[in-house]
Design a protein. Sequence first.
Length: 543
Amino acid sequence: MQNTNWILLDTETTGFAQPIFVVEIAAQRMCGWASIGEPFRKLLNQNADIPAEASRVHGYTREILERDGESPNGVYDALRTYAGGLPLVSYNTDYDLEQVLKPEWKRLGLASIGSPGFCALRMAQRLLDPVPAGNCKLQTLRQYYRLPERGAHTAVGDVQTVADLFAQVLRPIAEERGVHTWEEMVAYATEDWFPSRISFGKFKGRSIYEARGNPEMLKWLEWLESSSNERTAKMARWYLSEIVKQVKYESASVTAAPASDQADDTPPGIVVYVHPDLPRFRQLVAAARARLADLEAAYTPERTGVSALQARLFKRLRPHYEKRDRLRLVVNYRKTFLDTLLRQGEEEAKQVEEEFRQAEARSEQEYQQAETAMDAKRQISEDDQVELKKLWKKLVMLFHPDRYMDDPERLETYTNLTAAINLAKNNGDLETLRKIAEDPVGFVLRQGWTAIEFGDSNEVVQMRRLWESLEAEIITVLEATNSLKESPDWELLQLVQRDPEVFERVVEKQTEGINAEAEVLKAQAEKLGNEISELSGEEIEIG
């Protein structure tokens, strides 16, 4: 692997609808595990419209590409020179090469560039399995492993992130597993393999290795092995063979502990067996708890800041929203009233009036509830943020539902406690968090839940499950952070923080749009009202 040259490749495109056009392409020459030289990066002017959803992801518009992009033929000639005949590797080969580049080269009448490599995504999925929680989205892994920020959702940024992932994360794992040469790398990425965490059916989310102590799961895998679907049967055979390998490995690992590791009161000749995986899982659990606490503490004030801005905007726009939504209600019910009057008569139409009054009351109640909820969302101060971080670290280190997966009563208590903590966090309710942190047992008892105990289980299966669940929560927070920072609300918050006058301009613009919509609805409501009055000879009571 050390002396093998290859090309890491990525694209940004017009989306998933065919035909797919490349708008940015980037490549990085690699030698073994390391980047060499400068990356290749070009924008392409395809004279094609870019859907709004794709533009929101990578930021390119047709206008930008017409200004800065180059002709596709020229770009691919330059890429051919850069790549030569070296193998091409992408973080999603099925998409970048099979669905995007090869059809584009064919459309342009160009010969294929480079030679086949392997899929970096599949390599990462196998090497990292089951970490982190079966999720190998590139930006999630970047944050999880604390890799440098290179510019998410740009081709050149993603290429550099994959290069970082190979050098800092995947290389040591691959070498530990005996994958050293290019040929071994290609074979490892392409041979039969399935995730160790089941992704479907009655045991979805469970590790296949649990089947060793779970006869029902083992029977289920054996049943899958007899499936008439060859792919399903193949997967089940692979799982069963992996379980056998694991049993053999653990049997070979059982050795007598050194005398110094035995407790002082252990009778001579008695072997104290400590499962070889237990210390590792304890360390992983402790690290995952601390990491989750840090991530939650960072995410919460960011999300709270966005929520506070949304609440402020909602309060300013509420009268306009209410006016528009009431007109929508009037239009919808006048249409229904008119249709009922013509088809069923006046008596049935009167029922529509009653339904309108009920819907109007519900709408008013919903707006009041929304404002109450918004009032609870406030941007916490710097001091509160510091305290929130400390509390979260303390709470996450102590509580987690999965520690009692085999004890339904205590599992319910931990689930309820976690929900209470999350609710307090989302509402910025530091007082409740303080109460839980200072006296968790008392808090639980005051709620009438089953009493809880603190302390880690010594069972490897439970520790593994706890760790995997914490990893899943870490991924959830990372993805929530990414989604937040890619949202228009986050962008608005950054603009308002830089220039407070932006807020008033946004209010003014949105007010104009809502009022314009309301005027159209008002005209429709008046027209429908006149029609009903002409037919019934009475003033309409809807609106």
